[in-house]
Design a protein around this ligand. Structure first.
Ligand code: FAD
Length: 371
């Protein structure tokens, strides 16, 4: 029998499978579609700066511990699979063109200062040196505030997911794609099996990592959660050469340039149920934002557009822990805009729970039964 059946092969389920198989557990991942093709594929792969420090709150710890782990995970995945996941500590620029955005950045600066995270205010000559592509914006005298986060990083999530799958396979993880979990069988305080298109699947432990669909899975266990799909749309430009060195953040929107000249412009936050269509209005807004900020993008063709469903949660915190009174069923979901970032530390603490070892932090703020 498998030691753990992981239901959902996004970045959370794959990272968990990678960590558990690294601890010599036999793991089986099932996904209703193809693994690594939902929100985790759709994301931008921005890893904002974060740092572990004493008295850190649980959510900040997840970010900070993941931030620490990513360089090592990326190197280990490269060594094992030959796949470069594109982890780059490229730095991030934060722009404000209105007084409201400037006030929000001042708040962020205070938060980073408290966490001893470098977040340097830039004047215009410093900005010109840091990111020459923004020179026209400076000339237009539109900027109210600019900051630089040296420790911001990015990864190419489609490549990271491919690397995780390859590394999991090397460690003996089995994958079943196109297999939907439709029901559960429990016996008192134990989950015995899940019912799927391919018949019942048994395991010693079960981990629910179904992203935006996790609410449906937990309802089968009579656990209500506040997980809901939040759609985000994205535009991908192709440039002959990389036009930006840094990630550019403005409010909830951003530009992320990859090494090979691809530039992502994102994103929106929409409640549209499980509808993953793009809409002309949002795509036009994103293109305009990108081309206003970086004139080099005015000539760049749009290569692709898409939308993904973030697993939002009612209080902005993920759900991580044992499910209700079940002793062998666990959940890790609801990471909203930060699932790629938070995945390594989530995998660590969820693996600790599954291995019945004490977790590095108090996980009670993430308890699945909080509604
Ligand atoms: C446009 C956009 C930009 C983003 N940018 C960033 C970013 O820059 N940085 C960052 O950290 N995060 C970002 N995110 C958020 C991040 O992508 C998500 O938080 C993360 O991918 C969630 O991972 P997951 O594994 O929980 O979900 P998913 O990747 O959605 O995976 C869940 C999987 O579960 C499977 N599943 C569901 N129900 C069942 C079932 N009943 N049976 C079998 N399988 C099932 C699904 O098929 C799916 O493959 C972004 C998201 C979007 C949409």
């Amino acid at each position: 029998m498998d030691d753990c059946l992981v239901v959902g092969g996004g970045v959370i389920g794959l990272s968990l499978a990678y960590e558990l198989s690294g601890r010599a557990l036999q793991v089986h991942v099932v996904d209703q579609g193809l693994v690594g093709r939902e929100a985790s594929w759709a994301g931008a792969g921005i890893l904002p700066p974060a740092r572990v420090h004493p008295d850190i709150a649980a959510w900040d710890w997840l970010r900070a511990r993941s931030h620490e782990l990513y360089p090592d995970w990326s190197q280990a995945l490269l060594d094992a699979t030959g796949i470069d996941n594109g982890y780059r500590r490229c730095g991030g620029i934060y722009l404000a063109r209105s007084r409201g955005e400037a006030a929000a950045l001042a708040g962020l600066a205070a938060h980073f200062h408290q966490h001893q995270i470098a977040f340097q205010r830039l004047d215009l000559p410093q900005l010109a040196e840091c990111e020459p592509a923004l020179a026209p914006l400076m000339a237009a005298d539109e900027l109210k505030a600019v900051y630089f986060a040296a420790d911001e990083a990015q990864l190419r999530n489609p490549r990271h997911l491919r690397a995780l799958v390859a590394a999991c396979r090397q460690r003996g993880v089995r994958f079943s794609e196109g297999v939907q979990v439709r029901g559960v069988r429990r016996n008192s305080d134990r989950l015995v099996a899940v019912d799927t298109d391919a018949g019942p699947l048994t395991a010693a432990n079960f981990a629910i990592t179904g992203g935006a669909w996790t609410g449906d899975l937990l309802r089968m266990l009579k656990i209500p959660t506040g997980i809901l799909p939040i759609r985000g749309q994205m535009v991908l430009f192709r440039c002959p050469v990389r036009p930006l060195r840094r990630i550019i953040n403005e409010g909830a929107r951003y530009l992320v340039a990859r090494d090979d000249g691809l530039v992502l412009a994102g994103s929106s936050e929409e409640q549209a149920g499980f509808d993953k269509s793009t809409t002309p209005g949002v795509l036009n807004d994103l293109q305009q934002m990108a081309r206003d900020l970086v004139p080099a993008l005015r000539q760049a063709p749009v290569q692709q557009t898409w939308a993904g469903l973030r697993p939002g949660s009612i209080d902005g915190m993920p759900y991580i822990g044992r499910i209700g009174s079940l002793e062998n069923a666990f959940v890790a979901a609801g990471h909203f805009r930060s699932g790629l970032h938070l995945a390594p530390a989530t995998a660590l603490v969820t693996s600790d729970l599954i291995c019945r070892q004490p977790a590095e932090i108090d996980l009670s703020p993430f308890r699945p039964t909080r509604g």
